[in-house]
Design a protein around this ligand. Sequence first.
Ligand SMILES: NC(=O)c1ccc[n+]([C@@H]2O[C@H](COP(=O)([O-])OP(=O)(O)OC[C@H]3O[C@@H](n4cnc5c(N)ncnc54)[C@H](OP(=O)(O)O)[C@@H]3O)[C@@H](O)[C@H]2O)c1
Length: 279
Amino acid sequence: MSVLSGHTRVAGIAGWPVTYSRSPRLHGFWLRRHGIDGAYIPLPIRPGEFATAMHGLLAAGFAGANVTIPHKLAAFDICDSVDETAHRAGAVNTLVFRDGRIGGSNTDGYGFLANLRAHGVDPAAGPALLLGAGGSARAVAAALLDAGASVTIANRTRGRAEALARDLTGLRVVEWDARVTALADHALVVNTTPLGMVGHEPLDLDLSHAPASLVVADNVYVPLETPLLTAARFRGLRCVEGLGMLLHQGVPGFHAWFGVEPRVDEELRQFVVADLLAR
Ligand SMILES: NC(=O)c1ccc[n+]([C@@H]2O[C@H](COP(=O)([O-])OP(=O)(O)OC[C@H]3O[C@@H](n4cnc5c(N)ncnc54)[C@H](OP(=O)(O)O)[C@@H]3O)[C@@H](O)[C@H]2O)c1
């Protein structure tokens, strides 16, 4: 059990809406596991009120916050300093309040790489093909490039992939319609689109000619087992599910706010899975 005292450290997740977020459950698990005098709460903050709310939390002695849709860009503007991860990702998802100042970072790339490694996959082992060019693609592409992988991107709207390639040196762009043939030249394929998520169509990706060594990662985690992962397992390909990315991306923030580096393990995964299945 976590205990609240006059010294309680408080953090939370700022979003609108925020009710869907699993982060309070994730951080609550770690707080209880480590018996920390701390709390992590949902912070429903309307668009337009983000800066006021964050400065209020800073003044109220909060340790910091995670930031989700639609505030990730607004979070950039309220920071006194942002680190390289936030610059490379073009968005802030973690705020740390220290000595009256706000520091911003982006932990999505860290979470993606940590999840790959937890599945025994070396991110630099071979070229990666990213499907999608949105916010999460940018963070993942930057992290893979920084880890030493060569990265190709295919996006429905080619111009968006090209804009990403202008920002991230070394990124190669191929046509969305060339994604299946491109698999042959890649060691890893990552779905960074919402395709396959509950309420969306499945991702159309024929794996029948994919190399047997291909690793298939899906950042979608609702459902846990997406149609893409089912198809990949059917072909005997190695799979990396998206939930691990979510769990790992929480580690740096928790460490900064509560002073303990938490562990991502099967007990935590089962705890969060139970919540996903209950909703
Ligand atoms: N596991 C995790 O921790 C984690 C973290 C972040 C995100 N995610 C998941 O990743 C997914 C994407 O998030 P995001 O923030 O990157 O979204 P985003 O910024 O809105 O980008 C979505 C991307 O998907 C593409 N797309 C959307 N619908 C498509 C369709 N019908 N056909 C082809 N491409 C389509 C878009 O292409 P256009 O440019 O052509 O519109 C865009 O490139 C979500 O499902 C989210 O839950 C997971």
